[in-house]
Design a protein around this ligand. Structure first.
Ligand code: GJV
Length: 422
């Protein structure tokens, strides 16, 4: 027979650390981000565990978690001992194939970089190139195969670099591609570079803040007059409907099996609408207005300190009547040509282009608002970088919806902040 104490021990949840981000689907899966600590209450199968995060409970995929060591527990209260960049977890996850497979399988993304190199092949001849965060080395290999650079420095901090070196060899590119394993901030190069290419964009453009590494490398290694790829980036926003997501997470509680579960709606709002929904694919038809660029980055002049707080304004005009459930964001990057007058290449992750692995980011309002054709939706967006967790940020949306008719009652104002993820 178990004593009361033993029974208690059996039931006590174990602490685990998330190895990478996970976006739960359905109403019973938890979303979490790399570095989050989850309490695992039960392990009903080897693949799906029942866990808790910030007082919310749901299923989580077991292979995203690692057990927390006892010594980590002792450090618990002292966040100063933790790396605000969470590099061990970050580079740990890029040491496995899962994310590389996702990125390489993304045709729009990978083909855009291939196209940039192809359309600049003549100008790349004898140029010195740095590929920052080369991963499996795809961009460096495109460079070596499609153009004749004098050298490509392929910089990769994760352990994937060991394989990247093999891939370079296997594909006969070791003459021109040099793989350097290390953080871009710390590596030494024998020379300045003519071109700094990187695929650094995260969800909502800035999440992960890999762009900081790119800016630091630019200031240290890009020669005067050198070229940045991408050369500019923009974050785009659109007021939108999200009928099925709203139905699935919120309206669901109105009448499940003929019962009134609406007392759960505040909980649902907290659980599903507090953070933005990554990997949302918005239909063009769900856009209530034409989209608008709210933040633009010039990769030549952008400074690391500018990243602390980025502000944008918007003025939309509703093109049709509908329900405003929230705002959807995505980004576009441009690659300027090395040739004067040459065409730029664009990678657009929005709903009017082929879907990419970034998909789009949906920010749900707490309550839907009816809008009518001609209404004006104006306001601002602020991306505030987390002062402690340097890869995270909070997005604050402020809106003012006013009717085109003189009806003064129909003026709605609101503001909401969305942590991504802390
Ligand atoms: N130094 C070297 N490699 C890096 C760095 C850095 N500072 N930061 C990221 N990486 N678009 N959000 C590597 C990382 O290990 C991974 O292989 C790749 O760059 C990420 C690229 C896609 N992530 C993104």
């Amino acid at each position: 027979m178990q004593t009361e104490k033993e029974a208690e021990d059996d039931a006590s949840p174990e602490e685990y650390v998330a190895l990478s981000n996970f976006t739960g689907s359905g109403s019973d899966q938890l979303s979490f981000s790399r570095g989050d600590r989850l309490l695992v209450h039960a392990k009903p199968s080897s693949e799906w565990w029942w866990a808790e995060l910030r007082e919310v409970i749901g299923y989580v995929p077991a292979d995203y978690l690692r057990e927390r060591a006892a010594e980590e527990e002792e450090e618990e209260e002292d966040t100063s001992l933790e790396d605000p960049w969470q590099d061990e977890e970050y580079f740990g996850s890029y040491g496995t194939l899962r994310l590389h497979l996702e990125m390489l399988s993304d045709k729009s993304r990978t083909e855009a970089y291939r196209q940039v190199i192809l359309s600049n092949r003549a100008s790349l001849r004898n140029k010195v190139v740095m590929d920052l965060g080369c991963g499996t080395g795809i961009i460096s290999l495109f460079c070596a195969q499609l153009a004749q650079p004098s050298v490509v420095y392929a910089v990769e901090a994760s352990s994937m670099a060991v394989y990247t070196r093999q891939l370079v060899k296997q594909n006969g590119c070791e003459e021109s591609v040099t793989v350097l394993q290390g953080r871009a901030e710390e590596i030494e190069l024998p020379e300045q570079v003519d071109v700094l290419v990187s695929e650094w964009m995260g969800n909502c453009l800035l999440f992960e803040f890999m762009v900081e590494s790119v800016l630091l490398a630019r200031d240290r290694w890009l020669r005067d007059g050198g070229v940045m790829w991408p050369s500019s980036a923009a974050l785009t926003l659109v007021p939108c409907q999200a009928n099925s997501y709203y139905a699935e997470k919120m309206a669901f509680w109105e009448q499940p099996y003929g019962l009134d579960f609406t007392p759960l709606q505040p909980l649902a709002q907290q659980e599903f609408f507090t953070k933005p929904k990554f990997s949302h694919l918005i239909e063009p038809d769900d856009c209530l207005t034409a989209p608008c660029d709210v933040i633009s980055l010039d990769m030549y002049t952008l400074q690391v300190k500018d990243l602390e707080e980025m502000k944008g304004q918007f003025h939309f005009c509703a093109e049709k009547s509908g329900v405003l459930h929230g705002f959807t964001a995505w980004f576009t990057v441009h690659f300027e040509s090395l040739e004067t007058g040459g065409a730029a290449v664009e990678l657009n992750t929005g709903p009017y282009s082929e879907p990419t692995h970034w998909k789009q980011t949906l920010f749900m309002l707490d309550r839907p608002v009816s809008v009518f054709a001609g209404d004006s939706i104006s306001g601002s967006v602020v991306l505030r970088r987390n002062p402690v967790w340097r890869r995270h940020m909070t997005v604050t949306l402020t809106w003012n919806i006013s009717s085109s008719t003189e009806d003064t009652d129909n003026c709605q104002v609101g503001t909401k902040s969305f942590p991504m993820w802390r």
